[in-house]
Design a protein around this ligand. Structure first.
Ligand SMILES: *[C@@H]1O[C@H](CO)[C@@H](O)[C@H](O)[C@H]1NC(C)=O
Ligand SMILES: *[C@@H]1O[C@H](CO)[C@@H](O)[C@H](O)[C@H]1NC(C)=O
Ligand SMILES: *[C@@H]1O[C@H](CO)[C@@H](O)[C@H](O)[C@H]1NC(C)=O
Ligand SMILES: *[C@@H]1O[C@H](CO)[C@@H](O)[C@H](O)[C@H]1NC(C)=O
Ligand SMILES: *[C@@H]1O[C@H](CO)[C@@H](O)[C@H](O)[C@H]1NC(C)=O
Ligand SMILES: *[C@@H]1O[C@H](CO)[C@@H](O)[C@H](O)[C@H]1NC(C)=O
Ligand SMILES: *[C@@H]1O[C@H](CO)[C@@H](O)[C@H](O)[C@H]1NC(C)=O
Length: 588
């Protein structure tokens, strides 16, 4: 139930949202359509608020050339207060969520930084970017695609990247796709280089008083060599950028992208955030072992965690674990503390947006680049197709539409989690909008374009390698309007992701994809097939199957029980298999 047909084409030349609005007829029609397994409901609802334009259109006509603040956090799953995790202390992100639309079922297309970022920044699915690792640049192997920041740059915006937005290095052409995507050189922190805070080796004080290469690495910032950590540096730069912006660029609008590094490992964070998460309050994952009936190919051995000394020092059986309980608690504490530390940096950027007078005219999006398995299924990494690896936090804020209007200075007051007694009055601008429609990271590009009033990319042709400007996602504006005025929406409630297996392991030697795991998520199921992949031809062979997974989310949200082989589910498997092949091949 509750499956919507996703708009397959974005109404092309329409640049203003106002053009989409159906006003004040007060009529409501419902159609029921059978679509695969889900009974789909096609809503055609018109606003019953007589004589009033919808808030999105009103905002569009009131604000010309709005700015964009694009926030992305590395390895952040929706382990946040605003996503119902009541033990998490993330007041600044929660405050943003309260005045945004919170998407509760949002998915990336690939659970690895480089391929995921390439996908959402080009709005193409991995099969179209041909980027499956951290060393491949889409302009070399797929097509000369116009990126989201490049599109804004070409539309007259100042575009600036701070921190990890593109995956740096080879996968973004060596310089974060500068100058094609960015007006200025991307900023990656300038305090210390590899010998400073970016040097993750042997930097963590151990019980012996010496420095070690640890995964869990709380530090006293004032005692680190440069008395600063990377994400603090990025927030410092961002605050200065906003402070000096008007002086430098007058009224030119900006597309400002800020990518924070934590809670990616290693978990190097200011030690004081640990106090927010006493070990006695940390819980073990409910499912510490691999799912029943899981095919081995679905598993990843989490090489990245295993190479640190504190992990090598404990008993972590290869390949399935589990880690000892006390180490599990320490890691979960470190991930949470790192998240609160990043929340504070995000709070600093948002309050600067307020302070320098931009909050009332800036669209804000907030996402993680993929999720992370925190010991669930015994996994300690992302490189899988599990729900926890592909599901992300996903917020879209449009001033005065997803929030009540506030004059400058009162939208995002900084909230200091470490000094709760000093907490400023929290903004009451929030409308707390949320939805459980299934959305994807590739949808961001057309969404932000439509909201900002720049050209909206139309649907890519199949094999559109020579089409520079197009999308394989769908604008979410119709959903925003549905939430604010019950405007009509057609939405296909389905997300596709994929994850490869390489030979040899990418951590050793030059890897080639030999198996690709394709997965789809609809409101009821996650269904996955692992099949042979020819990395030379970029083709999959659905008939060479290495494993199949079906998790029934309505009864097994943790994906603990693979029922793909059970006879009761054969009809479901057959149907979803067809849909998966079609969806992946057609880049739906
Ligand atoms: C935002 O606030 C500033 C300062 O109060 C004001 O000049 C400007 O018109 C506002 N912009 C919008 C889109 O409301
Ligand atoms: C790719 O597109 C950019 C921007 O339009 C252009 O400057 C560049 O020459 C193109 N590169 C190739 C190899 O076609
Ligand atoms: C990183 O720090 C360690 C120990 O503090 C030091 O031995 C090493 O040379 C540093 N690496 C770089 C690239 O400076
Ligand atoms: C960090 O070190 C400084 C200087 O030694 C000390 O005064 C401070 O209390 C320490 N902070 C924490 C949180 O341990
Ligand atoms: C904010 O929205 C309200 C109600 O939709 C509208 O009356 C007002 O003009 C809007 N303010 C701005 C600055 O867009
Ligand atoms: C659209 O709005 C209607 C009325 O509020 C609601 O019943 C429906 O679920 C919404 N559709 C979506 C896809 O959010
Ligand atoms: C993979 O594709 C290439 C190019 O089409 C082809 O030459 C090669 O034989 C294929 N490899 C396998 C193992 O099928």
């Amino acid at each position: 139930m509750g499956c919507y047909l996703k708009a397959k084409t974005i109404q092309g030349p329409e640049r203003t949202i106002a053009a989409y609005i159906l006003r004040s007829t007060g009529m409501k029609m419902l159609f029921r359509v059978e679509f695969g397994l889900c009974a789909c409901i096609l809503f055609t609802v018109t606003s019953s608020v007589s004589g009033r334009q919808d808030p999105v259109s009103e905002w569009k006509s009131a604000s010309s050339r709005p700015n964009v603040l694009f926030l992305v956090v590395d390895d952040l799953r929706p382990k946040l207060g605003c996503y119902g995790e009541t033990n998490m202390v993330t007041p600044n992100i929660d405050q943003l969520a309260a005045s945004s639309v919170r998407f509760d079922r949002a998915y990336v297309q690939f659970a690895l930084c480089g391929p995921s970022r390439t996908s959402f920044l080009t709005s193409r699915r991995p099969e179209s970017t041909r980027v499956f690792n951290l060393y491949t640049y889409w302009r070399d192997v797929a097509g000369n695609y116009t990126t989201l920041p490049q599109h804004f740059k070409q539309s007259g915006y100042i575009t600036q990247s701070v921190g990890k937005v593109f995956h740096p290095g080879k996968s973004s052409g060596g310089d974060d796709d500068y100058p094609l995507s960015w007006t200025n050189k991307p900023y990656h922190g300038d305090k210390g280089g590899n010998s400073g805070y970016k040097n993750n080796s042997e930097q963590c004080p151990g019980p012996d008083g010496k420095l070690h290469d640890y995964a869990v690495c709380p530090v006293n910032v004032s005692q680190t060599p440069h008395k600063i950590l990377e994400d603090i540096d990025l927030a410092d730069f961002s605050v200065d950028f906003l402070k000096n912006y008007r002086h430098k660029y007058q009224d030119q609008p900006f597309f400002f992208a800020v990518g924070f590094h934590k809670p990616h490992l290693i978990w190097k964070y200011p030690v004081e955030y640990e106090a927010l998460y006493p070990l006695t309050h940390i819980t073990l994952p409910k499912d510490k072992t691999k799912p029943e009936g899981m095919p081995p190919v679905a598993w990843y051995t989490c090489t990245g965690l295993r190479e640190h000394q504190d992990i090598m020092d404990v008993n972590f059986p290869f390949p399935y674990g589990p880690l000892p309980d006390d180490m599990i608690l320490k890691i979960r504490q470190a991930y949470s503390a790192s998240t609160s530390y990043v929340d504070a940096q995000i709070g600093r950027v948002l309050s600067a947006l307020d302070q320098y007078g931009y909050a009332n005219n800036t669209i804000i999006t907030f996402i993680g680049d993929h999720g992370w398995n925190l010991g669930e299924h015994g996994e300690w990494c992302k490189q899988t197709n599990f729900e926890l690896a592909v599901r992300i936090p996903y917020l879209v804020h449009v001033p005065n539409v997803t929030s009540r209007f506030r004059q400058r200075g009162h939208n995002f007051p900084f909230i200091d989690a470490l000094h709760p007694k000093q907490v400023q009055k929290v903004s009451d601008a929030g409308l707390h909008l949320s939805t459980d429609v299934i959305v994807e990271a590739v949808d961001l590009y057309p969404t932000i374009s439509e909201l900002a009033g720049v050209d909206v990319p139309s649907r890519c042709p199949l094999n559109g390698y020579n089409t520079a400007f197009c999308t394989e996602g769908s604008s979410l504006v119709s959903i925003l309007k549905n939430l604010t005025t019950a405007a009509p929406v057609q939405w296909e409630n389905i997300a596709y992701s994929q994850y490869p297996r390489w030979s040899p392991d990418p951590h050793k030697g030059s890897p080639s994809v030999t198996i690709m795991g394709y997965t789809l998520r609809n409101p009821e199921y996650r269904y996955t097939e692992w099949v042979y992949y020819n990395h030379t031809a970029y083709t999959m062979d659905w008939t060479q199957l290495y494993g199949r997974e079906l998790y029934v989310h309505t009864t097994d949200p943790a994906e603990d029980n693979n029922v793909a082989a059970q006879s009761a589910y054969q009809a479901v498997v057959e149907q979803l298999s067809k849909q998966l092949h079609q969806g992946i091949e057609n880049r739906e």
